[in-house]
Design a protein around this ligand. Structure first.
Ligand code: L3W
Ligand code: SF4
Length: 441
């Protein structure tokens, strides 16, 4: 059974409210941290090996140490709660059921970084959650954990919740900052990174909700103990939101030592595939990461079991592996059609492209149109090659990672499931009424 750090108290009734959260040890990590020097907390976070939980897996301690500290310039912590990656809903769970865990993590992180004004930028569609967060902020303030001179330390902190307007691109950190400043969410060129020039050109750390919540157990148990959980550079626990063709969709906390097979089939997690269907493929890290067929998902090319962690999921590179990404785990059974699925994703990325870069703006539109044509049985064999060519021209040629995120699912689908694309081309009549999965299994 995986160790629980973030969700250990999630089942307790009323844990959303300050009184219950406090009764179960809440804000004790903050009390401990506020007695430490910021540099000591930074060392604990570095020692923990915590990697950003939003998708990129960048080491949190290293990001914090990049924060510029020019004299007299305010610094900010911004929590990225714009969770819009298809298949990803773990931050929603944390904010809805454990808002004080995030607030406590923000208090410790803001103190460490020297931010007196911190923000939570939340996805517009999570319309009911800002009220929950704002209520928690008020409660924390009334108890002396936010506001002026927190616990008599002289440290001041205000937290503001800002609602997004429903654009996926605002989850990209620089687009988020643009939006927070009141402009259209167009990504900025990096460098400069936000750590040097972020919100209102001030040094800013942008971290995912889960990353900031994880700072609480790191302080509770210490960075070294945290680093003992998990394996290799995949330390601590990770929240996985599991969905698709599984018996038990939901949010699970895993310790990154379990195998993909165990995660899909064990009753502790996904509970297997409904109606005894076979596993066809999985997208383990949210829609942006490559789809992997069952044979490569359960084992690596070397025949080793594939584990639910950053290294093992990527084993073999993009040709055979995938990525941990945001932990949005989407399972496809044998009845699913990969072409149809890829088309749905292409439509999403085309809709969400901000339109600044030509390869992304035009390429995502072309990919969607060609996939739609093939899926409807109106495609030709050369369309598959054209599709491959277009995705190659997007990858690496855009301002932000949305371009890559649009290209990778298409590349992986063609690489691993070319037969399905060809079936649609060769069976125009059948593909009008059926999908590849139903027709072939
Ligand atoms: C200072 C340097 N800071 C890097 C910082 C950088 C950022 C972090 C990671 O995209 C991925 C994307 C999606 N000095 C620095 C530095 N940093 N070098 O480190 O940066 P980066 O560019 O590797 O990634 P990113 O722009 O944060 C995130 C993938 O995640 N993804 C997306 C999930 C979407 C959600 C959602 O909807 N909420 O999670 C899933 O796989 O494709 O590749 O902070 O500033 N030298
Ligand atoms: Fe906008 Fe796409 Fe370019 Fe990102 S890659 S800046 S979403 S056009």
């Amino acid at each position: 059974m995986s160790k629980k750090l973030l969700l250990k108290n999630a089942h307790i009734e009323g844990i959303r409210y300050f009184e219950t959260y406090r009764k179960h040890g809440g804000y004790e990590a903050a009390e401990k941290a506020l007695k430490m020097k910021p540099e000591e907390i930074l060392e604990e976070v570095k020692t923990s090996g915590l990697r950003g939980r939003g998708g990129a897996g960048f080491p949190t301690g290293m990001k914090w140490s990049f924060l510029a500290k020019p004299e007299g310039v305010p610094r900010h912590l911004v929590v990225n709660a714009d969770e819009s990656e298809p298949g990803t809903f773990k931050d929603r769970y944390l904010m809805e059921f454990l808002p004080h865990l995030l607030i406590e993590g923000m208090l410790i992180s803001s103190y460490t970084l020297g931010s007196n004004t911190s923000y939570i930028y939340i996805r517009g569609e999570y319309s009911w959650i800002p009220d929950i967060l704002e209520e928690a902020i008020e409660e924390a303030k009334a108890a002396g954990f936010l506001g002026k001179n927190i616990l008599g330390t002289g440290f001041d902190l205000e937290i503001y919740v800002q609602r997004g307007a429903g654009a996926y691109i605002c989850g990209e950190e620089t687009a988020l900052l643009e939006s927070l400043e009141g402009r259209r969410g167009n990504p900025r060129l990096k460098p400069p990174f936000p750590a040097v020039k972020g919100l209102w050109e001030r040094p800013t750390v942008v971290n995912n909700v889960e990353s900031i919540a994880a700072v609480v157990p790191i302080i509770e148990i210490g960075g070294a103990e945290y680093a003992k959980i998990g394996v290799g550079r995949s330390t601590g626990t990770k929240l996985i939101s599991a969905c698709g063709n599984i018996n038990k969709p939901g949010v699970y906390e895993i310790d990154m030592t379990i195998t993909v097979e165990e995660f899909i089939y064990s009753d502790e997690y996904c509970g297997g595939i409904p109606n005894g269907k076979k596993l066809k493929a999985c997208i383990p890290g949210g829609s942006s990461v490559p789809i992997v067929p069952a044979n490569l998902l359960l084992k690596t090319i070397n025949g080793e079991p594939r584990y639910m962690n950053y290294e093992s999921l990527a084993d073999g590179g993009f040709a055979t592996g995938t990525m941990m990404g945001s932990g949005g785990f989407i399972v496809l059974d044998e009845d699913q059609c990969v072409v149809n699925h890829t088309m749905t994703l292409a439509r999403f990325y085309n809709h969400e492209s901000c339109g600044q870069c030509t390869p992304c703006r035009e390429g995502t539109g072309w990919m969607y149109k060609i996939l739609k044509k093939i899926e409807k049985g109106e495609g030709k064999m050369e369309d598959i090659d054209l599709l491959w060519d277009i995705q190659r021209k997007i990858e690496g040629n855009t301002i932000c990672p949305l371009g890559d995120a649009a290209a990778w699912p298409v590349a992986a689908a063609i690489r691993h499931f070319r037969d399905e694309f060809e079936w649609h081309v060769n069976n125009p009549e059948l593909s009008q009424t059926q999908n590849y999965g139903i027709a072939n299994y």
